[in-house]
Design a protein around this ligand. Structure first.
Ligand SMILES: C[S@@+](CC[C@H](N)C(=O)[O-])C[C@H]1O[C@@H](n2cnc3c(N)ncnc32)[C@H](O)[C@@H]1O
Length: 227
């Protein structure tokens, strides 16, 4: 079956960039911010050892270069085989797998960490509970599940989503909803952190933003829980 994202195999980054051009910042800035947040979360929740990681809905793998040195083994999963073909060209050493969008093709407890970055808003709401149950299932006890999403409370996020042609089907969900899905799937020590409130590369601005991580206004949020 042809997937929406198959047609964005070669221009995914350009389409994202055109939806955020008004910020004056490159797509890579937003990717780096996510990687920084994930690094801090890994250290705090999983300790110094590099985790094995499954990135669900990884698309063309544009986040994966930012994970260099952070993980020990990386797998990427997506419903778009064309996106994964591009990801394989761009990133060697990553295990990319296509699937039907329902049951993750991995055994229970296969990973230390599972992420879904800007994916859930493309998954039909009726599938959210199953999707979260699958994220928890493939992570070992004591491991971490992390969902990064657009924050619907941020007006600039809404503008970027409205401008992004592949977000036509997007159903944004707030951090509270993701945390409830996590609780229902049996995760514990559930938390959330908001970021990209002040999109700027200036060091001082980054520090201010760190201090405002609990304020639910950042352009994106990470919701996380322990298995
Ligand atoms: C906006 S892209 C995000 C790609 C990548 N995570 C990133 O941040 O660059 C959303 C991705 O989710 C994938 N996707 C949509 N529904 C999915 C599902 N049920 N399971 C896994 N991936 C899905 C799409 O094919 C697409 O590659």
């Amino acid at each position: 079956m042809s997937e929406l994202f198959d047609s964005y195999r070669s221009n995914y980054r350009e389409v994202v960039q055109s939806s955020i051009d008004f910020s004056g910042l490159p797509h890579s800035f937003f990717m780096r911010a996510k990687a920084d947040l994930l690094r801090e979360l890994i250290t705090r929740r999983l300790g110094p050892r590099k985790p094995s990681m499954l990135d669900i809905g990884c698309g063309v793998g544009s986040f994966h270069p930012f994970l260099k040195g952070m993980v020990d083994g990386l797998s990427g999963l997506d419903v778009s085989s064309a996106s994964l073909a591009q990801a394989r060209v761009d990133n060697c050493g990553v295990d990319y797998r296509a699937f039907d969008g329902r049951n993750f093709p991995f055994d229970d407890a296969s990973f230390d960490l599972a992420t879904a970055i800007c994916v859930l808003h493309h998954v039909p709401p009726a599938e959210w509970v199953h999707f979260m149950n699958e994220m928890r299932r493939v992570v070992r006890r004591g491991g971490l599940v992390c969902v990064i999403e657009h924050n619907p409370l941020n007006p600039l996020t809404r503008l970027a989503v409205a401008r992004c042609e592949f977000d036509r089907d997007a159903i944004l969900l707030g951090a509270g909803k993701v945390q409830k899905l996590m609780a229902a799937s049996g995760l514990h020590e559930i938390g959330a952190r908001f970021f990209l409130l002040l999109p700027s590369e200036a060091k001082l601005v980054r520090r201010v933003e760190d201090a405002l991580g609990n304020v639910p206004l950042g352009a994106q949020y990470a919701a996380f829980g322990t298995v």
